[in-house]
Design a protein around this ligand. Sequence first.
Ligand code: ZN
Length: 332
Amino acid sequence: MARLLLIAVGAAALAGCTKAASSEPAPPGEPRGQAPPRQAPAVEPRGQAPQKQAPPGQAAEPAAAAGATFSGAAYAAHIEKLRERLRARKLGHLNVRIEDPFVVAGDGTPEELEQRSRTVRWAADRLEASFFARRPAKILDVFLFETADSYERGVEALTGRAPGTPYGFYSSAHDGLFMNIATGGGTLVHEIVHPYVEADFPAAPPWLNEGLGSLFEQSAERGGRIVGLTNWRLAGLQRAIARDAVPSFRTLTGLDGVAFYGDDSGTHYAQSRYLLYYLQEEGLLRDFYRAFRAGHGKDPTGYATLVQSLGERDMAAFQRRWERYVAGLRFP
Ligand SMILES: [Zn+2]
């Protein structure tokens, strides 16, 4: 039995997900009212040695040279502008630190920020190791707000709009992730996936982008690799399967953004998540991701790659098997 290092247990949360080039901080319609009970993470992920904390008003130390995506000068210039922006928005009290390739800014104590940043470090390192060959092309800010109240005020101050989700979201238009970290680290890991997908597989369709984000919103380490665990999205999917309301995989993979994020988005997220979960448990997920990324020119939806990865001739029969498999999963 593999030893599991649990992170982000519990408050996996509804992730808000703005796609590239959207100026909307609101998620395009994830289901409401299905959030899990709020729990504190059971175990903090084991981060790397923390990087140096910069006191407010000073430039942070540049990231360690080894593995640094951006130069120390680039980080220093970015942080100087960030601090100016924060001060201008009455957020000058936020602490700032570098977690390459991100800059993390939070309204908790420096110790809290360091602790929260371990989730960023843990997720980024393991996602890169398993999936992503490319890092975001520019420095992105990760804003971690300690309370619902400070999150709402902070998002409004930084984006000009109230957040459309109580949990957190990524906005490529604002070069940042905006998190209400009081709801747990699950949404944070989900949202970290999105800028990586944007950099590594910009043509990825919504089902893959949200399937991966959702998969890792409840994650652990198994044999040194990041794995998604069952989570709160399971119950809704099991109900949808029971009433025969789950689309075929050909349909799911062919959905464009409007359709994916429209009606039934909750089912789309969950179906994508548990398809990838199945591939993960079969040991197929990493190879599937790479094959899809390499071949998306010929197979933009990933459906043909999926059929090939599964080695299936009869996808209707596979779907019935997969539905029985999902019906037998348990959470918690
Ligand atoms: Zn998302």
